[in-house]
Unconditional design. Structure first.
Length: 279
């Protein structure tokens, strides 16, 4: 199915075709989902983009790279009960991935969970040689097994986020359609430029995803127009509207694509998945 139609800001949605099925898997694209501002739908977008990509036959690995473990909780995992997490993968060279990677409840999608232990890694890595590449070294063993690796970054621009950007091929920026969210993007873009210049010259901006869109308010529409003016065709056509269903999915511990598969939000994340594959 090809989706067309009007978009916020007067743009018109171009056709985004159904992706071709895959005959083999790997090597994986690594996509960092990053924004130093919290509450912009970053974790929600990581889960639901991953689930939508999996629906299209892509093998997906979600990496929870936030000590708060929100991504893990969003998939029904209790972080405080875990013995092995991304911390072990990061800090122990002989860590067995089979002890760390979990089923997500979604076919073709797996999870590297996180908990508060990861906050210790940021302190321990400070004295390490090549500290910015620690995550990249840990993820190398997964590249041939997956098509997409999505890293849910913590809401800061500290060493953990720098690690994610240093190993990523692309960065996806969820941006809430609120004025203060727009102001903070300049700092994130400056960080991305510095990582590209000093650590990862191949890093590309995959796109900006408008989230928290409220069709009832003029302010939301104006902010979206500003985002389009600033980023042009880097803004995804998919727009994530505010909906009560997202908190419900967190309680249920599953993506909206399975919790409310016929909802507008599920359709928006499927469109986003098609755009990511097409780019």
């Amino acid at each position: 199915m090809v989706e067309t139609g009007a978009l916020p800001g007067g743009r018109h949605r171009a056709a985004v075709p159904e992706p071709e099925p895959l005959t083999s898997h790997g090597p994986a694209r690594i996509i960092a989902v990053a924004n130093q501002k919290g509450g912009v739908g970053k974790t929600t977008s990581t889960i639901n983009l991953g689930a939508a990509l999996a629906e299209y036959g892509r093998k997906v690995l979600l990496v929870d790279f936030d000590p708060q473990g929100a991504l893990s909780v969003g998939l029904g995992v209790q972080p405080h009960q875990l013995e092995s997490t991304v911390y072990n993968l990061l800090m122990e060279r002989d860590a067995d991935p089979d002890d760390i990677v979990l089923e997500s409840g979604v076919e073709n999608m797996h999870l590297v969970p996180s908990n508060i232990d990861l906050s210790a890694a940021e302190v321990q890595l400070v004295t390490e040689v090549g500290r910015e590449q620690a995550l990249g070294r840990a993820l190398k063993r997964f590249l041939s097994d997956y098509d997409v690796i999505l890293i849910d970054c913590q809401p800061s621009l500290g060493l953990l986020t720098i690690n994610a950007l240093s190993c990523a091929d692309e960065v996806l920026i969820p941006l809430a359609c609120e004025f203060f969210s727009l102001r903070g993007v300049a700092l994130l873009m400056d960080t991305i430029d510095k990582v590209t210049d000093r650590l990862n010259p191949d890093l590309q901006l995959l796109g900006v995803l408008a989230t928290m869109f409220d069709t009832r308010t003029l302010h939301t529409k104006q902010v979206h127009e500003r985002v389009v003016e600033a980023f042009g065709d880097k803004v995804f056509e998919a727009v994530i509207n505010r909906t009560i269903k997202f908190p419900e999915t967190t309680v249920a511990g599953e993506p909206i694509t399975t919790w409310a598969p016929n909802s507008g939000a599920a359709a928006a994340y499927r469109l986003l998945a098609r755009e990511v594959i097409a780019r």
